[in-house]
Design a protein around this ligand. Structure first.
Ligand code: KG4
Ligand code: ZN
Length: 336
């Protein structure tokens, strides 16, 4: 079964052709990072306009790279939430038009379900149940994937998402947008033990996260150093911040692995491409005999192949959306 998938929830316009949920025939991503960098973050209005300018070409390219036309597809899939409403609407409207024109079924996909499903592409042998840590720019979720499309959220962030904290700290250090990859790179030159930043804990909620405390601690450290005329070592700040986030993610995820008795752990989302977080999680999994799965960076950050993978399993369950499908900016995982 071949699916044309579209993703436009934030600042990448993406389309892909995916076969049977696991094989990527094309995966086209048109990033808007260059434009949003000028403003220090994603400007929603600009994101929607750029999606409109690019979506036609991106979809055409995905089909032509797969060596196929719309007539060869069995369904059209699209992210319909969560995300920026104006950005989501471009993908949803485009997918509806294609589905209508070609008489194909339409499948709306939850963006986080897409991130989780990126693992199915990278690891054809991976089957639920498994535990998944989803760490992206907008979400930090610990999820028990009981079956395809069946999720139990064990924990989530109470404030900033992990990626959001990376982006805000990067801006404060003067690294620019998007902060995650820049902090990752700079940290390689720094000492992760130079500064002891706090590790956010939530009372009575062992699997929930909080990253606003560590973010504020970094901002305070930078402000106090500036007031005292002390020059900070940006690489040490980046590495110490990154370690604090990695430690918390590893500690809570491994506690969830132990307590649920899961033997498989998958990582997902843009922050899962962080080299220190991947390495720390791998080490912890090896120590406890847990099999770890982590998609390659291009499948961790936003793309449409992951939406095609998720849609395939939705399709098999009989999920179809009508042409009244709308963008749902705060769609909850598991909601249909
Ligand atoms: O999953 P994603 O592409 O989009 C959302 O759904 O949010 O994640 C984007 C986030 C951004 O906050 C970005 O800074 C972060 O992922 N990110 C990273 C790295 N690469 C991307 N964070 C830490 N280290 C990285 N190497
Ligand atoms: Zn995402």
């Amino acid at each position: 079964m071949k699916l044309l998938a579209i993703e436009s929830s934030c600042d990448e316009t993406a389309a892909a052709v995916v076969e049977n949920g696991r094989t990527v025939l094309s995966n086209v991503i048109s990033s808007q990072i260059d434009i949003h960098t000028l403003y220090g973050g994603v400007v929603p209005e600009i994101a929607s306009r750029k999606h409109m300018e690019r979506i036609n070409n991106v979809v055409e390219q995905a089909l032509s790279e797969a060596g196929m036309g719309l007539k060869d597809m069995d369904a059209v899939a699209v992210t319909y939430g969560p995300g920026l409403v104006g950005a989501l609407l471009v993908g949803v409207a485009h997918a509806k038009a294609l589905a209508y024109a070609a008489g194909l079924p339409l499948i709306g996909v939850h963006h986080i379900e897409g991130h989780i499903s990126a693992n199915y592409i990278e690891y054809p042998q991976l089957e639920p149940p498994f535990l998944c840590l989803v760490v992206s720019g907008g979400h930090t979720h610990l999820v028990r994937v009981a079956d395809y499309g069946v999720y139990e959220i064990l924990g989530k962030t109470h404030d900033d998402a992990a990626g959001e904290a990376f982006d805000k700290v990067a801006r404060a250090i003067g690294l620019g947008y998007p902060g995650g990859p820049k902090i990752d790179k700079l940290s390689k030159e720094g000492n992760p033990r130079a500064i002891a930043f706090p590790k956010g804990q939530i009372a009575d909620a062992p699997y929930d996260f909080s990253f606003s405390g560590v973010k504020s601690a970094v901002l305070n450290y930078l402000n106090q150093s500036a007031m005292q005329g002390i020059e900070v070592n940006a690489a040490d700040v980046a590495a110490s911040f990154q370690k604090s986030v990695a430690d918390v993610l590893v500690e809570k995820t491994m506690a969830a692995v132990r307590n649920t008795g899961m033997k498989k752990l998958a990582l997902a989302g843009g922050v899962a491409s962080n080299s220190a977080i991947r390495a720390a999680m791998r080490e912890a999994c090896e120590a406890e005999g847990i099999e770890m799965f982590c998609p390659s960076p291009v499948l961790c950050t936003d793309n449409a192949a992951m939406i095609g993978a998720a849609a395939y399993y939705e399709f098999r369950k009989g999920v179809r959306h009508g042409l009244d499908l709308n963008a749902v900016p705060s769609l909850q995982l598991g909601e249909r």
